[in-house]
Design a protein around this ligand. Structure first.
Ligand SMILES: Cc1ncc(COP(=O)(O)O)c(C=O)c1O
Length: 376
């Protein structure tokens, strides 16, 4: 299989969120949705499902559960019993369900900057939130001393994403060991959003599910996965939680409370085909993304935080002293995510999961926008 990642698609008429947000003359590099075709093995599975003309309410297929178990075993050598797995139409709903597990008296601890839906979980659940910054000068390591100092009697759960959106960190084995000790010492649940786990670009890094690397804390963990990022099917709404502890899992499921629908047949089918993938789709994608990353590096140089994982570049624009980065760059024809959204206003996040020609047009605009801001 050779995927043509250079192919440009006109997404107009598909109501793409990515391409609808800004005016037509703005190139969008914001939401984590790539401008690549999904792989044929996923599209073919969906087409085959559509050969049956009834798209009714659908139970979780046993074959999907088996494909997910096989995927965890293949990539991470993690053997997960089927009963640990809960399917929900999206990782964000699962983050919210998890936060509700410590309501009404509890609170959550979140290292920041972080994927912005983390920052409304406490408000949605009516619980306490404690955010503790990670810093560029430690390459966005979690600050365990500051986190220990920030804990309150209400803090019952820590929520992280790894690989980290937006900084692009892939936490190292020794950080995960520290994390495991920390959550055990402070008697916390740990929610680990690992949706970007397959997108590790730094060849010296390896993703490890924290619950697999540290079975001693597995009973405290909720680990979240989906096939949607690496196979670029984010609109199909299908995700899985791995929750080893029976009572925590029951509570998580109870929190759905009639609010969360089942997953549709297309979501199940696409996810199963993706989890069954053993082709070279992922290596090809990663190789293309590394090429894109090199273009960004040569455009913005030291502004770029060293990126280990994800296709989201985290770029320092503090010196430009822009009041509203999103509006400024949109005026210059480039749609980025403002760092303020993630809790770090000195940065912008740029999604480079797109054909290189499109990225180059965006980077031309980005560099002239930066030059213009510098010269005032
Ligand atoms: C870290 C992280 N978690 C969750 C999501 C969204 O997951 P879902 O679409 O399954 O709700 C994203 C999408 O950008 C993400 O980056």
């Amino acid at each position: 299989m050779t995927q043509n990642f250079d192919q440009l698609f006109d997404r107009s008429g598909t109501y793409s969120s990515k391409w609808s947000k800004f005016d037509k003359d703005v190139l969008p590099f914001w939401v984590a949705d790539m401008d690549f075709a999904a792989p044929d093995f996923v599209l073919d599975a969906i087409r085959q499902r559509l050969d049956h003309p009834i798209l009714g309410y659908t139970e979780e297929p046993d074959s999907l559960v088996a494909s997910f178990q096989g995927w965890l075993a293949h990539h991470y050598n993690w053997q997960v019993p089927a009963e640990w797995v809960v399917w929900i139409p999206g990782v964000v709903p699962m983050l919210n369900l998890a936060a509700r597990c410590v309501a009404p008296d509890g609170g959550i601890l979140i290292p920041t900057p972080v994927y912005h839906p983390f920052l409304s979980l406490a408000r949605h659940a009516g619980i306490e939130e404690v955010c503790v910054p990670m810093h560029a000068d430690t390459n966005w390591r979690m600050d365990f001393d500051a986190m220990a100092a920030a804990l309150t009697p209400r803090t019952k759960m820590m929520m992280i994403c790894n690989p980290q959106n937006p900084t692009g960190r892939c936490y190292a084995a020794e950080e995960l060991a520290q994390l495991a000790t920390f959550v055990a010492e402070h008697d916390l649940y740990l929610v680990s959003d690992e949706i970007h786990c397959n997108i590790v670009l730094d060849e010296n890094c390896r993703h490890q599910p924290v619950a697999a690397a540290h079975p001693e804390i597995a009973a405290r963990t909720i680990s979240l996965y989906a096939a949607t990022k690496v196979y670029n099917i984010p609109g199909i709404s299908c995700a899985a939680a791995v929750i080893p502890d029976d009572s925590l899992r029951r509570q998580f499921m109870h929190e759905r409370a009639g609010l969360i629908t089942g997953i549709g047949p297309v979501g199940y089918t696409a996810s199963e085909a993706a989890f069954n993938d053993r082709s070279d789709w992922i290596p090809q994608l990663l190789s293309y993304l590394r090429g894109n990353l090199a273009e960004i590096q040569s455009c913005v140089g030291e502004r770029l935080s060293p990126l280990q994982a994800t296709y989201l570049a985290w770029i320092d624009v503090a010196d430009l002293r822009l009041a509203d980065t999103e509006a400024y760059f949109a005026q210059q024809g480039i749609g980025i995510s403002p760092g303020a959204q993630f809790g770090a206003p000195d940065y912008i996040r740029l999604n480079f999961g797109c054909p290189r020609a499109l990225l180059r047009s965006g980077l031309d605009r980005l560099s002239s926008a930066i030059d213009q801001a510098k010269t005032g």
